[in-house]
Design a binder for this molecule. Structure first.
Ligand SMILES: Nc1ncnc2c1ncn2[C@@H]1O[C@H](COP(=O)(O)OP(=O)(O)OP(=O)(O)O)[C@@H](O)[C@H]1O
Ligand SMILES: [Mg+2]
Length: 363
């Protein structure tokens, strides 16, 4: 369905909803954003992504904002930008970072969000805040469930449905209560083709890409499920999606699987938690993460199921997942014993090798 016609037919139908949104989303002037960010001062810069740089700012009313400034733009994308922004402005959920507004003046394209004082999950797991160990187990569990609920909204409740296509730790922001706010949904289409950043030709981030997306460019909800599985493993372990061990790059699934097989869950747990976690819940997150990051899309659960599984519901399905993951390991071990360099039929082990080849191609 053409996005523009979607906007035309929904505008009149939910005026009440729209009224609510209009009070929170508006057009900003460039002058106002210059003033808020001290002329996009380097000291205000929060970081840089595929889209451009992000700056901290403060509005005249004292509220704090994050302003994303597009680094490259093409004329033909201009209309799409406005339409897409309008759609995203309508998306509201407690676990999705909502837009406050946008600005399009001359060549400048800017998007304004609420500032998230606890920055991104990435900064707590691997960045500036990682040494402070602020992510205790209850916070990690709440982030896992909250971000899953945000993605459920995108996949199942937003109209039209939205595939995020860049789920990763830097796109999970944390508010003052450490509540997860999934960011950058729906922006895959807004990225200029020239964007390189840490993305691949198919847009996304190495280590989080579902194999069918990386190889064939096939996008579907289950690609988000795959990336979310990687994110879950990262959240419990504090390990990066791809690690260099003795000059070999290894994926987080390949790292976790042998430990799961040996039932060494304490080895998987992020040492920064000092052993303070609920083992049953940790085990649950690990198994759900692994099944989400399965090579075969049809083995992956839906995000609706993921939320229930994380909450400890769907007990039978969880038992089946546990079995599936353990059996996969058995098969992988047998394959490794019998044919050392043959194709293995495990859903996970080959994935790591493919990912590594992807990286080698990209570097
Ligand atoms: N609303 C916000 N509040 C606080 N920090 C933010 C906000 N939005 C973005 N950031 C931070 O700014 C940095 C750059 O974000 P950006 O989304 O541009 O890049 P990215 O997430 O690394 O990659 P991608 O372009 O793939 O999303 C990140 O560290 C992100 O956590
Ligand atoms: Mg981002």
């Amino acid at each position: 369905m053409d996005i523009r016609s979607f906007l035309c037919c929904t505008r009149g139908s939910d005026r009440k909803e729209k009224g609510k949104k209009e009070s929170t989303w508006r057009i900003f002037s460039l002058k106002e954003l210059h003033a808020a960010t001290n002329n996009f001062n380097y000291d205000n810069k929060l970081g840089e992504g595929g889209f451009g740089s992000v700056y901290w700012g403060q509005l005249w009313d004292g509220s704090q904002i994050a302003v994303k400034r597009l680094k490259a733009w093409s004329d033909k994308a201009e209309m799409e930008f406005t339409v897409e922004i309008e759609i995203l402005a309508r998306v509201r959920h407690k676990n999705l970072l909502s837009l406050r507004g946008n600005c399009a003046e001359g060549q400048e394209r800017l998007i304004v969000y609420d500032y998230m004082p606890n920055l991104s999950l990435l900064s707590h797991l691997h960045g500036h805040h990682s040494s402070e160990s602020l992510l205790d187990w209850p916070r990690r569990m709440a982030i896992a469930i909250g971000s899953a609920e945000g993605i459920v909204y995108l996949h199942h409740h937003a109209t039209p449905h939205i595939i995020h296509s860049d789920i990763k730790a830097s796109n999970v922001l944390l508010d003052s209560d450490f509540k997860a706010q999934v960011a950058d949904f729906g922006f895959a289409k807004l990225m200029p083709d020239s964007t390189t950043h840490v993305t691949t030709r198919v847009k996304g981030t190495l280590g989080y890409l579902a194999p069918e997306y990386a190889k064939l460019g096939k996008v579907s909800e289950s690609c988000d499920v795959y990336s979310f599985g990687i994110l879950l493993l990262e959240l419990v372990s504090g390990k990066r999606p791809l690690q260099k061990i003795n000059s070999t790059t290894i994926s987080i699934t390949d790292w976790a699987l042998p430990l799961v097989y040996e039932r060494e869950f304490s080895e998987i747990a992020d040492p920064k938690m000092n052993g303070k976690y609920v083992e049953e819940e940790l085990k649950r997150v690990v198994f759900v993460g692994l099944i989400c990051a399965h090579n075969q899309p049809d083995k992956r659960p839906t995000m609706l199921e993921v939320v229930e599984l994380l909450k400890g519901q769907l007990k039978e399905k969880f038992a089946a997942i546990e079995n599936d993951v353990m059996l996969t390991m058995d098969r992988a071990a047998d394959c490794n014993d019998e044919v050392s360099d043959g194709d293995d039929d495990s859903g996970f082990i080959s994935e790591g090798k493919e990912q590594i080849q992807e990286i080698e191609k990209a570097t």
